[in-house]
Write a protein that binds this ligand. Structure first.
Ligand SMILES: OC[C@H]1O[C@H](O[C@H]2O[C@H](CO)[C@@H](O)[C@H](O)[C@H]2O)[C@H](O)[C@@H](O)[C@@H]1O
Length: 406
């Protein structure tokens, strides 16, 4: 598996070498859109598992190159309103696109039907490409949250949003770059990235933290307000540790928030949003493996026994959802349905959006492998929501690992 992980990293690093960033997909028409900046955290995870510092040293300049691309192409300065001085920088997904997405040409052309000016059409297409850059294509998260545009894709306004998860990802990048420089003994760079990390935490607190609700939200630049709606991305700063190390209260507030929103009552995974009537896939009744994983990891790494138990319960629950769905369809899926319809034993793939749900998705496999590694021993026939026997589960794990590894 380490070899496979290294191969994936090398593929992505090749893209950074050639283009400065990782395009949204491996085709020329994706060259104006990035992926979320997760290469550096991937390399860090690889390093933690293998201790392979030689590989990290070789690849390291490309990690910094991608980071600088985000700095040059996706960052803006947040200024103090009174003094005009820069307080910190913030990042956005902001792809420019003067035409429909080539891979979804008809959809994007039909969408702008009735829009009178080229400027209006370009606005919609650029916001669509930017939403694709987030990975959350598509979600009500990027649409108007109030007024006549609610739920309507033509109201898409990705450019107006500072996404809380992107701020968190940039925080992780800065922290990891500082850590690697520390290992390499370049202390000037350690100071540079540590300073950036501290300022990014300030950005997270100022732009995203909502004192009343005890959670981080996306920030609406136009309205100068939090978009205070539940999306699972609100919990990502916990995973990113984009708050003060000594702060033991915030993780509990995040837990309370999730509880208050009712999302912990779902027995088949953490819903992406509560916009259940949306036709978009990053809403509806869907739970997405990478987001579920980030929430679990956020609680797992708090060091707080109560929250670590929360992570364990979420992990065993998610493994059972994947298992039960696998048992009925012999496939892993890109996303899963969290609806309670049919009872706890009826687990199935998610749906909605622009295409049929995909089988055997890489991130689904990656998440389940990590959870089996960390929590496999905790799975018993009395695990929450489990009615299957230990033996069947054991067979599932063995078969699944065999299929993945060989
Ligand atoms: O062709 C439609 C879209 O396909 C990709 O997006 C889809 O896969 C992503 C994961 O690989 C997923 O995050 C996204 O929600 C899916 O829609 C591609 O990234 C998009 O640019 C493209 O428009």
């Amino acid at each position: 598996m380490h070899k496979t992980a290294q191969g994936i990293i090398l593929n992505l690093a090749y893209m950074v070498d050639h283009h400065g960033f990782i395009p949204n997909g491996g085709r020329v028409y994706y060259l104006s859109r990035s992926q979320p900046p997760l290469l550096t955290p991937m390399v860090y995870e690889y390093f933690l598992s293998t201790g392979d510092l030689d590989f990290v040293e070789k690849i390291f300049p490309l990690l910094e190159k991608e980071f600088i691309w985000f700095l040059n192409n996706r960052a803006s300065s947040y200024k103090d309103e009174e003094t005009g001085e820069e307080k910190f920088i913030y990042f956005q997904y902001r792809a420019k696109m003067k035409f429909p997405r080539p891979e979804s040409y008809r959809e994007d052309l039909e969408l702008v039907h009735g829009l009178k000016t080229e400027a209006e059409r370009v606005r919609v297409w650029s916001n669509i490409a930017s939403a694709a850059e987030t990975g959350w294509d598509f979600s009500t998260r990027w649409f108007a949250q109030s007024g006549p545009g609610v739920g309507d894709m033509r109201s898409i306004r990705t450019w107006s949003i500072v996404p809380v998860d992107l701020t968190a990802f940039m925080c992780i990048n800065m922290r990891i770059l500082a850590s690697f420089y520390e290992i390499f003994g370049n202390f000037k760079k350690v100071a540079h990235y540590t300073k950036m990390y501290e300022r990014m935490k300030l950005a997270m607190k100022t732009l995203h933290w909502n004192e009343t609700d005890g959670i981080w939200y996306d920030y609406d630049l136009e309205k100068k307000l939090h978009s205070n709606t539940y999306y699972v991305s609100n919990a990502v700063p916990l995973y990113a540790k984009c708050y003060n190390d000594e702060d033991e209260v915030t993780p509990h507030l995040v837990y309370k928030y999730l509880k208050r929103e009712g999302v912990l009552n779902f027995t088949k995974g953490i819903p992406t949003s509560l916009a259940m009537t949306s036709i978009q896939q990053w809403d509806k009744e869907n739970a997405w493996p990478p987001m579920v994983h980030m929430v679990i990891d956020g609680f797992r790494t708090t060091g707080d026994p109560k929250l670590m138990k929360v992570a364990e319960n979420m992990a065993t629950q998610w493994m059972m959802v994947n298992y039960k769905s696998y048992r009925s369809g012999y496939a892993m899926f890109e996303k899963y349905n969290v609806s309670m319809f049919g009872g706890d034993d009826e687990c199935s793939a998610g749906s909605g959006g622009e295409y049929e749900v995909q089988k055997g998705f890489g991130w689904t496999n990656g998440v389940i492998l990590d959870l089996l590694d960390k929590y496999g021993a905790k799975l018993t026939s009395s695990s929450p929501n489990t009615s299957s026997s230990r033996v069947i589960l054991f067979v599932f794990i063995v078969c699944y690992l065999k299929k993945i590894l060989y």
